[in-house]
Design a protein around this ligand. Sequence first.
Ligand SMILES: Nc1ncnc2c1ncn2[C@@H]1O[C@H](COP(=O)(O)OP(=O)(O)O)[C@@H](O)[C@H]1O
Ligand SMILES: [Mg+2]
Length: 220
Amino acid sequence: MLRATDLRFRYQEGGPWIVDGASLGVDAGETVAIMGPSGSGKTTLLHLLCGLLAPAEGEVLLAGEPISRMPDGKRSRIRLERFGFVFQFGELVPELTVLENVALPLMLAGSPRGRAEERARAQLELLEIGRYAGRRVGEISGGEAQRVAIARALVHEPHIVLADEPTGALDHDTSELVVGALVDPAVRRGAALVVATHDSLVADATDRVLILTDGILKQR
Ligand SMILES: Nc1ncnc2c1ncn2[C@@H]1O[C@H](COP(=O)(O)OP(=O)(O)O)[C@@H](O)[C@H]1O
Ligand SMILES: [Mg+2]
């Protein structure tokens, strides 16, 4: 599904290589955790995988197509359609309700509001958080917001779900709920999941764990 080969990346010419020969393959329905200390390049790697950053060397293939070499417009469209992204702090839009937040990616992709909200509601029900639909983001807890962020990442049925320390700001029990909400639907739907994490709870729930050190991914 997603294959990255010998990726190298640095933010400034002449600066340190943040990613220095990393390779990774994830199949449909497979879940992979990427672990590594803070600053090891996990976020950078996720951004390379979805084409938000372009590698200096190596390439990222999505279903055999090199996203790293697509024109910008096509790459953005593919990112919107095929990828779902869960951020560490959810990054929901505070002015909108939970339902509107989850409907947003569908509307950005051109879906009419009614249809988008119908699918958003179904996704919230699936994650058993339908009761929050009408609430503003400021009126729910951190763990609830993170499950809303997962609903938003899954609502357009992406082929690849990328999650960046999704439990980084949560306590143990809430983390368990969030891990279930992230891993189970991804697997059930045959999406590939790559999750950057410090959390052994997340690592224990995935099929494979890779460690990012010195810009390279190694088997644990
Ligand atoms: N936009 C940026 N410009 C320059 N350096 C950056 C930028 N973003 C991250 N870095 C650096 O790249 C390294 C890896 O960062 P990051 O990918 O955020 O690691 P992690 O997610 O594992 O904490 C760090 O040294 C960080 O300071
Ligand atoms: Mg990070």
